[in-house]
Write a protein that binds this ligand. Sequence first.
Ligand SMILES: [Zn+2]
Length: 275
Amino acid sequence: MQNKIILVIMDGAGYEACVTQCGYLEGAVELGQAQRWKMITATPTLSGPMYETIHTGLWPHEHGITSNEGMRASERPNVFSLAREADKTTAAVAHAYYHRLYVDRPWDGLRSVEHHDPETDIQHARFYSMEGYGAMNAVAPAEIDLCAQVTLLAEHHAPDYLLLHSCSADTLGHSFGGDSKEYRYQIWMIDNALSRAIPIWRAMGYDVMVTADHGMNAEQHHGGMEKIMREVPFYYFGEAKGPNPGKSLSQLGLAATILDRLGVTPDAAMRPGFL
Ligand SMILES: [Zn+2]
């Protein structure tokens, strides 16, 4: 297979919040335009470790990034590096953590937001820093603006693998909790932007996958073993048929699933794919 993939990671968006708030995504499932499963994350349910788990198919204990305080460049074969080695083109619209993981250069606050270098694992990117983020100011880009950046990268560089990472649900969850109107509204805001973007991306020939790195509990926290932290959705718009929709998927299988769809052989250590 030689498919092109857009993966959307809605940071901090748990399963229940998504299936109740994402009217576009859930409507697509009901119509048969998309498939959706419950996905169980690895642990600890933290952002940096899960970004690397999603892209390596390994537990944090195996890839070595176990804490947001322990961020460093990826040292394991991952979706970006394997795709690049297979002469595929990679791109991302993502938080600066992804620059740390897959570009591995010093962050220049006045330049690194735009990145183009075929020698790095993420070859084309628009990064954002969210500098100054906190309860007083979420400093999150608008969801439709992130979708626009993805569309422009797709039009200009035709990447085979294109990541969209939105931080806003996580940000509002940390400020107001995972059982708040602010958190649920933000998850709907992402769905509202995706409702305009996904049809365009599908028409451009992309399979689209939508998931989250972890959920968020009512105490504004994630990192542990609670269901609300570990259960996330996995939506898939594309031709492949997945397992029975009642089956829970493992987040560990996502890396191999993406590579299988791209026509790139997964690393032997990656957990098997599910599409
Ligand atoms: Zn996160």
